[in-house]
Design a protein around this ligand. Structure first.
Ligand code: ASP
Length: 345
């Protein structure tokens, strides 16, 4: 090679190298960031926590058969909800799946098995919130929608609103092709009996297990969602709306703090904005999930409010505090088995 060719060759080499450098750097950055993303996803835990209501529950009064049936119903909901999360469903999809199973179980006060109003009718409330987007949906005082939690999700995803009540909610649900049923669909013999034997209008204490259902899920992308569904409180006034459909009281989800679903005497949860208060204590006081959740339930008790909540954060920490003698509850964490319980200890 003569010196001129050599010079030309070197020049060509440098021009090519300088031109190729940015795209090489970009590519290696992309590879690095996608492998960090993959690493993050791999280390991102998934988790599911549920409740089936809190209240006065005595071990002596519950037969082993009933206890077993309730624990099995909780485990079924946990297993199916968790399987959905494992196969890549979003937290919101897992909430729908889990809560629908609980709504269809006669053991809980939501969907089939809901308590009855003073006049003897079921009036159901439900809500859902997506912690990734901050979107939420709710329905209140409905008696013809087979799955109130699905209707709440439709309000969130298919309407510009957060809550629809009564007839309007039912017309909307029908327009979304959700299954509609007669109110009798929700009334079990057990509830008819309890209604007949009720003492006073709002029967809250003395062996009253409230039975609302709720779920909070953390999915593979680190997104949190929470949902709650209920028949409300036995003997409630026609038109009474509890905390379950109220975002911030019965349900709240925010990725960078936590997801929460409440259960108990709804009026207290509304007045203390209980579900949001857990997130607010974390955000503004720097409290841990544990401190925040227990603090909310302890403060509720001081005001005279009975109940509990379930909550989880993005790391997969789970809490299930309650100030009653029992709360139907359970959770599954990474690769774990469902853990379900009823009584305090
Ligand atoms: N919180 C519900 C309500 O007040 C009742 C419950 O949790 O069982 O409507």
């Amino acid at each position: 090679m003569n010196p001129t060719t050599m010079r030309l060759f070197i020049k060509f080499f440098w021009i090519t190298a300088v031109l190729a450098l940015p795209s090489f750097l970009l590519q290696s950055c992309e590879t690095a960031s996608s492998s960090t993303k993959e690493e993050n996803l791999k280390s991102q835990p998934i988790a599911l926590v549920i409740h089936g209501g809190a209240g006065t529950m005595s071990r002596e009064r519950m037969t082993p058969d009933v206890e077993q049936a309730i624990l099995e119903a909780l485990e079924k909901a946990l297993n199916e909800g968790y399987a959905a999360l494992e196969s890549g469903s979003t937290a919101t999809e897992a909430i729908l799946k889990t809560i629908f199973i609980l709504e269809q179980s006669p053991w809980f006060n939501a969907g089939i098995g809901a308590v009855l109003t003073e006049e003897g009718h079921p009036e159901l409330d439900a809500s859902i919130m997506d912690g990734a987007t901050g979107l939420a949906g709710a329905v209140a005082g409905v008696s013809h929608i087979k799955s109130p939690i699905h209707a709440a999700e439709k309000v969130m995803s298919e309407s510009p609103h957060v809550m629809l009540a009564g007839k309007g909610a039912e017309i909307f649900a029908e327009s979304q092709r959700l299954e509609m049923v007669s109110p009798d669909y929700f009334i079990t013999d057990r509830m008819r009996e309890r209604y007949k034997n009720r003492q006073g209008a709002l029967r809250m204490h003395e062996d009253s297990k409230m039975g609302t259902v709720g779920a909070v899920a953390l999915d593979k992308n680190g997104n949190i969602a929470a949902g709650t569904s209920t028949g409300g409180m036995m003997g409630k006034k026609f038109g009474r709306i509890g905390d379950a459909p109220i975002i911030g009281a019965g349900t709240f989800a925010e990725n960078n703090t936590c997801g929460v679903s409440s259960t108990g005497h709804g009026e207290y949860f509304i007045r203390t904005v209980a579900a949001y208060d857990v997130a607010a204590r974390m955000k503004y006081l720097g409290q841990s999930l544990e401190e925040a959740g227990h603090g909310v339930i302890e403060d509720l008790k001081v005001l005279g409010g009975d109940g509990g909540l379930i909550a989880l954060d993005q790391k997969g920490n789970i809490i299930m505090p309650f100030n009653t003698s029992g709360m139907y509850r359970g959770y599954i964490k990474e690769k774990g088995k469902p853990v379900a319980a009823i009584f305090k200890d």
